[in-house]
Design a protein around this ligand. Structure first.
Ligand SMILES: C[S@@+](CC[C@H](N)C(=O)[O-])C[C@H]1O[C@@H](n2cnc3c(N)ncnc32)[C@H](O)[C@@H]1O
Ligand code: SF4
Length: 339
């Protein structure tokens, strides 16, 4: 079983982001941690979890929570992490060296929301850090002993040029990182970017090509490098506990949604909405997730004659009873053909 923990606090809100996070109410952090532990106790019991293979702490911005809070969280979780293989935490590049060093006691992998190494692009995106801070945060992480470091990069923005993105990749890969998550900028509802012309008019295939040429293998539409075990587990539809305000859990054909509103969650962390999934829902999910990543899709889930058409067109391959997509960017199109 996997565990996802959501930390719904950010120091400021970026112009593009619709993630569930709050820039106010930081005085509620201690109460939030108490609520989180209450939900975790409840989930471990009802999911009958005896341990977690992987943990992912995301947000919001997990680096806005103090080391003391993580001592509490991991003090509780430790008995369930004896056989765990990967513990990832997300951090903003403003994270202090002391926090990065301290968090190494708990996490094996760190993921920085860098987005770009160009200050004017950071400003455009509404980020609260500079390229200099990003570089020193990554160096601190490496010095603290992190071997698995990810950077999030955003591309397809109105101010991107071929040169700018090339420089972003070059800077990223001159640093001790072994994974890049490259997201094309999406215009999300209820964000300042939603009704603005913020995307580029250029084609960005070369950006991905550049990443691949630099030997970071693509294993999912947005992910390159040493695969994250947690991501892989998620894409192969393993069961997971989703703890925190706005997290999602998945267990035995059901999805679980804790409250998204902060004070509501703190009051009742075990008041969780349940969604039942039909076999058809699960089949659809397996096909979409399997084609977007190198986890593939079990052949028994798809019609043989459709697979043959795709094989003839050289879009997919099959191996040991599974179907694999050759171009993750066409995943949705292929999935719709197979459904
Ligand atoms: C939870 S944040 C990462 C940690 C931390 N909050 C930070 O931003 O530094 C997850 C990542 O999702 C990506 N993201 C969020 N909204 C996006 C959007 N609308 N379009 C593209 N990427 C987005 C960003 O790359 C961001 O780093
Ligand atoms: S991108 Fe990260 S820091 Fe920016 S608002 Fe979203 S969660 Fe917060």
């Amino acid at each position: 079983m996997l565990l996802y923990i959501h930390i719904p606090f950010c120091d400021s809100k970026c112009h593009y982001c619709s993630f569930n996070s709050f820039t106010k109410n930081h005085h509620l952090k201690n109460l939030y941690v108490e609520a989180l532990l209450k939900q975790l106790r409840y989930e471990i019991e009802r999911f009958e979890a005896d341990g977690f293979e992987t943990v992912f702490i995301g947000g919001g911005t997990p680096s806005t929570l103090s080391l003391k809070s993580y001592e509490k969280i991991f003090g509780f979780l430790n008995p369930y992490l004896k056989n765990s293989k990967e513990i990832t935490i997300e951090a903003n590049p403003t994270a202090k060296a002391e926090w990065i060093e301290g968090i190494k006691d708990f996490a094996t992998r760190i993921s920085f929301g860098v987005q770009s190494f160009e200050d004017k692009k950071l400003k455009f995106l509404g980020r609260n850090h500079t390229q200099k801070e990003a570089i020193s945060a990554i160096e601190h992480a490496f010095d603290a002993g992190f071997e698995d470091i990810n950077l999030d990069i955003i591309y397809d923005t109105a101010i991107d040029t071929k040169e700018l993105l090339k420089k972003d990749i070059e800077t990223a890969l001159s640093l001790p990182v072994n994974h890049i998550s490259a997201y094309s900028l999406t215009k999300e509802e209820n964000t300042p970017f939603f009704d603005k012309e913020v995307n580029s008019k250029e084609e960005f295939g070369y950006f991905i090509k550049e990443l691949l040429e630099r030997k970071l293998p693509q294993y999912e539409v947005s992910n390159f490098g040493k695969p994250s075990l947690h991501n892989r587990g998620y894409w192969s539809l393993k069961e997971y506990v989703g703890a925190g305000c706005g997290a999602v859990g998945f267990y035995k054909n059901r999805r679980f949604y804790p409250q998204t509103e902060l004070s509501g969650y703190i009051k009742e962390p075990t008041n969780i909405h349940t969604e039942n999934l039909s076999n058809e829902d699960l089949r659809t999910e397996r096909i979409f997730l399997g084609l977007r990543s190198d986890t593939g899709v079990p052949l028994e889930l798809v019609e043989k004659n459709r697979v043959e058409i795709l094989l003839e067109e050289n879009r997919v391959k099959t191996k040991k009873g599974r179907l694999y997509n050759k171009n993750f960017f066409l995943a949705d199109e292929i999935a719709l053909f197979l459904l």
